[in-house]
Design a binder for this molecule. Structure first.
Ligand SMILES: [Zn+2]
Ligand SMILES: [Zn+2]
Length: 145
């Protein structure tokens, strides 16, 4: 396992539809990240670290990928490495996490549930922490310069 996380090996297949995933750059709640998306079912694959890069809320991002990976063994094999995946549920959002490469699979409905949860959490932080996604993007661009 490479510690850098940039050992991408080209297209991987959707664990649900068995068709190649398309690489897509997302710009949703945080900085742009390249993820793999299924054009059929809308599911998304995040290699290790990519989910944390997309989700601003560290507690939520870390909860899904912290070790040991908890949850029940799922029926899916990891699309990246073929390892066993566990179904992990937090905050009413169900994700499939690979116990081997720590990649995360999200079905479309789970992506939407997770985004809604993250936005709600940011609002719950109070006036000091309340920030619109556009504000975060501006902030990121500012610090990138
Ligand atoms: Zn699919
Ligand atoms: Zn894996």
């Amino acid at each position: 396992m490479s510690p850098s996380g940039d050992d991408r090996e080209g297209p991987i297949e959707c664990p649900r539809c068995a068709i190649p995933l398309k690489e897509e750059t997302v710009e949703r709640l945080g900085p742009d990240v390249q993820i793999d998306v299924c054009s059929k079912c809308g599911g998304t694959w995040y290699d290790r670290g990519e989910l944390a890069a997309v989700i601003k809320d560290r507690r939520i991002a870390n909860a899904f990928t912290e070790e040991p990976i908890k949850g029940i063994m799922g029926p899916m094999a990891c699309p990246r490495c073929g390892g066993r995946m566990r179904v992990r549920e937090d905050w009413g959002v169900e994700v499939d996490v690979c116990t081997s490469c720590k990649g995360v699979w999200l079905d479309l409905a789970e992506t939407e549930a997770l985004e809604a949860k993250v936005e709600r959490t940011l609002e719950d932080e109070g006036p000091q922490q309340k920030r619109e996604p556009a504000f975060y993007r501006a902030l990121d661009e500012f610090f990138d310069q």
